[in-house]
Each structure stands twice: as structure tokens, then as C-alpha cells.
Design a binder for this molecule. Structure first.
Ligand code: SF4
Length: 458
């Protein structure tokens, strides 16, 4: 599933073959497209295309190039178009100082006015910004976004702009430019943006991706952007498609997000298992506080699956083709020691590596004597040390049981006798002394340390 969040299907480049371009899009896995208006005429055309195709939605608005000739009657029609149930956003609005098609002051006025309309009706905004980074962000910050949010389309800004947009809760949309040879700086910025805040777009008929650069762009070419974004983010193309589609679904409300809790869910080349939502910590930074989703998978489960159900879910996912099976999910796996053992036995029978990601409270939960039972079943364990001091651990992880930090360290030391690979992770939160975490890991616990980004889960 791929969602093209920005196309101009009304343009004359699609006049002769829109139908076949849409067939190619479907064949390439593009399930939904948002076609964008730039003035009243194209917004009307976008509405008509959307009305004729179930999978196409539209966003009416006034492009900065065109605002010099926008009238009050145009605004009245824009408001009418926005009443259409398939009008999912307002745009393309914004600023373009690269060309001189409309005076800058006029662009700013119409940008603010369209932001105002979007706020009034609470629809997300699609924003164009070219060589106008500071003014764009200043206007968004002072005028405010609709509660429904917004996106910077065809993002080509610098690190500052990306960070300001993320602080405002915005999405950034990437397309063909990400694939260009001379877009190294853009790829470096996008590397720092959480995948949960990225969208895909073609901006077709413009900006065809690298192997087809210079040709007319069309939605089916998004696969090249998917591959590049997967490389930039260290994810699989399937991860990119799933996560960006969920992002688009959340922002534009164009289809239902996945329901129900996933039990076996792939990320990169690992198959993760979600066996419980219970935990012995109540971390202030826990993803469960803000969303049901991790890397596009809905992990909120109503009932804990049995070992049999977990094995069936793994088999449906064809688990033997993964590099490893990881007990992780949306809670602490050691809450269910018996299930871990039964499922791990089934995984090991097929020769697949087994890892557990844990908060390290296993001894507090199961007592000091169980570790020998894991010998030969578990290949690796990664323990969230998170912080270098007990005080910080207590403050941010808020353990529900006494002595959790000390017990965690004891577990790491004991686990080394029964599990071949034991490591700990530290959380790169502002103010956390990572070097002290490293000293604890290597000198005190005798294991390696991996540093996790604070805002990245999964
Ligand atoms: S240990 Fe993990 S699952 Fe438990 S509260 Fe903390 S972040 Fe959430």
C-alpha cells in the first residue's frame, strides 16, 4: 500500500492517458492519491477527477504562483469545494520566492488567509515553500496550524526548517528529489526526521525520480522514492510503504488505520512478537502513552495471545525467512516466561535466532532461579538500562516494583552465563550521560552498549 499525497492529475500532461496511468499506479501498489488544486479551475478539475475515482481524493487551494489573480469569488468557490467529503486538505498554499509569478507580499497575504480558512474548518494544510524557508515557518508559527495539522510538500529545506516543522507537529513530504544524485544534503536532513513524520508524494507530472528523471512523472514511479527512503532510513521498502501510508491516513483521514493488535509484525529483516501489553515500568517516554502504533503496526491488544496463537501468527508470517524472531512488543515479555519458552522452542526448531528486548526486570518478576531454563533457547537479550543512575531511572522509568535498577544490573550479569549475546541500551535523552552508561555497561556489567534515539521506537 502506497499513498501518493501530492499529484496534479488535472494537468494537461495527463489529458490523454490518465486512465492508463491510474492502472499502472494500482499495479505498482499505489492505493490512494490526493490530487491538488492550484487555482479555482484546477481545484474544480481535481474535484471532478476525485468524484470519478474512488481511490482519488483532492485538496483545493491557491498556489503562491497563482495568487495575484485570485478574487473574492474564487474564495467563495474554494469554501464550497471544501465542503466536498473527498476534499481532505486545503492547498497547495504557501510561498515561492524562486519565481516572480506573484508579488511576495501578495503571496504572504493569501497564505495567511488560506491558513485561516483551514483553521476555521479544521482541515490539514498542504504547504509549498521554495526559497522562503524563514517566512514560511514564521507565518505558520504566528498564524497557527489547524488542529488537524499539515505538511510541507516536496520538502527541500534545511535542518532548521525540518526541526521547526517537527516542533509544530507537521509532516514532511518527500518525492523524486530525494532520489537525485545532487540531493545528498536533503537525504542527510531526512535521515534525522522520524519516519512517523514523513509522507510520500510524486508532485507529478513534475520531478520524476532518478532513473526516469526528465520524463513525465506519475504515481506508479513512487516505488523509486520508496526504495531511496528505505535506504536513507535503514528500513525495508515494506516498512516505508506501511508507515508512510499510516501517516497519510492519520493526517488526511482517507481510510481506516489498521485495527486490532498485531501479534507477529515485521520490521526490517526481523519478525517481532507482541505477547503482552503489561509492563513493570511506567516510563514517561513510553510510546504507549501517545499511540497504538509502532512502525505502522497497531500493537494494542485486548487479550494476551496464547503460545499456540503466537506460533500460528509466526507461521502465517513465514517466520523462517527472517534473520531473527524478537520478543518485544508493547509490554515486558518476561511477564510471560512460560510463553517465551514454548514459542522460543518452536522458533529454534526451525533454526532461527531468538532475541528478547526487555526492561531487565526478569528476576523481579520470575525470581532468581529461572535463567538456566533459557539456555539453548535464547540467543540474545537486549536490556534497556536507559540511564546511568538509579535516581534518573526512578524518575523517568517509574518502576512499579522496588529495587528495579539494581535488579536489572544483576540480571544482565547473570544472563551472561546462559545467553550468548547480552547487551544493554542507553537512551540518548538530553542530559543523559551516555559515556557513563558506556562505562557501566563495559566495566561494571561486562557487556556492550547500544545508544537508542530518544524519539525513535522499533
Ligand atoms: S519498559 Fe518499555 S514498554 Fe515498559 S513502560 Fe517503559 S518503554 Fe513502555
Amino acid at each position: 500500500m502506497i499513498i501518493d499525497t501530492h499529484a496534479h492529475l488535472d494537468m494537461e500532461q495527463f489529458r490523454d492517458d490518465l486512465a492508463s496511468a491510474l492502472v499502472r499506479a494500482r499495479d505498482a501498489g499505489v492505493t490512494h492519491i490526493i490530487t491538488i488544486g492550484s487555482d479555482v479551475k484546477s481545484s474544480r478539475a481535481a474535484r471532478d477527477i476525485s468524484a470519478a475515482h474512488e481511490e482519488i481524493f483532492f485538496a483545493p487551494g491557491f498556489h503562491p504562483h497563482d495568487v495575484k489573480s485570485i478574487t473574492e469569488a474564487d474564495y467563495a468557490e474554494l469554501r464550497e469545494l471544501l465542503k466536498d467529503p473527498k476534499a481532505v486538505a486545503v492547498g497547495e498554499m504557501g510561498l515561492d520566492y524562486h519565481y516572480d509569478h506573484s508579488p511576495m507580499e501578495t503571496q504572504r497575504e493569501h497564505f495567511k488567509r488560506q491558513l485561516g480558512i483551514a483553521k476555521e474548518i479544521n482541515k490539514p494544510v498542504i504547504i509549498h515553500s521554495r526559497e522562503a524557508e524563514e517566512d514560511t515557518m514564521d507565518i505558520i508559527a504566528s498564524a497557527g496550524l489547524p488542529a488537524a495539522g499539515g505538511t510541507l510538500h516536496c520538502f527541500s529545506g534545511g535542518q532548521d526548517m525540518a526541526e521547526r516543522a517537527l516542533e509544530l507537529g507537521m509532516y514532511l513530504s518527500v518525492g523524486g528529489t530525494l532520489t537525485f544524485n545532487n540531493s545528498g544534503a536533503l537525504r542527510d536532513v531526512i535521515k534525522t526526521v522520524p519516519i512517523e513524520k514523513l509522507l510520500l508524494e510524486t508532485d507529478c507530472p513534475y520531478l520524476a525520480p532518478k532513473p526516469l528523471r526528465g520524463k513525465r512523472n506519475e504515481p506508479s514511479y513512487l516505488k523509486y522514492v520508496v526504495d531511496t527512503l528505505a535506504q536513507v532510513k535503514g528500513l525495508s521498502p515494506e516498512d516505508v510503504m506501511r508507515i508512510t501510508s499510516l501517516n497519510a491516513t492519520v493526517l488526511f483521514g482517507i481510510c481506516e488505520p489498521p485495527k486490532g493488535g498485531a501479534i507477529a509484525y515485521p520490521i526490517r529483516d526481523s519478525l517481532y512478537l507482541n505477547i503482552t501489553n503489561r509492563c513493570t515500568n511506567a516510563c514517561v517516554f513510553c510510546v504507549r502513552n501517545s499511540t497504538d502504533f509502532v512502525k505502522g503496526h497497531n500493537l494494542r491488544i485486548k487479550n494476551e495471545p496464547t503460545a499456540r496463537e503466537i506460533i500460528s501468527a509466526m507461521e502465517r508470517a513465514d517466520f523462517a525467512r527472517y534473520r531473527e524472531v524478537v520478543f518485544c512488543g508493547y509490554g515486558e515479555p518476561f511477564m510471560r516466561l512460560d510463553v517465551i519458552k514454548e514459542v522460543a522452542r518452536a522458533v529454534k526448531k526451525r533454526g532461527v535466532k531468538v532475541r528478547i528486548n526487555t526492561n531487565g526486570h526478569a528476576l523481579l518478576i520470575n525470581g532468581d532461579l529461572f535463567l538456566p531454563e533459557l539456555k539453548g533457547l535464547i540467543d540474545a537479550v537486549s536490556v534497556s538500562l536507559n540511564f546511568p543512575t538509579e535516581a534518573e531511572y526512578e524518575k523517568y522509568c517509574r518502576p512499579l516494583r522496588e529495587g528495579a535498577y539494581k535488579s536489572l544490573k544483576k540480571f544482565v550479569k547473570m544472563a551472561r552465563a546462559y545467553i550468548p549475546e547480552v547487551s544493554v541500551t542507553a537512551l540518548a535523552m538530553p542530559g543523559v550521560d551516555i559515556e557513563e552508561c558506556r562505562r557501566i555497561a563495559e566495566d561494571e556489567l561486562g557487556v556492550g552498549l547500544r545508544v537508542r534515539k530518544y524519539d525513535e521506537v522499533g
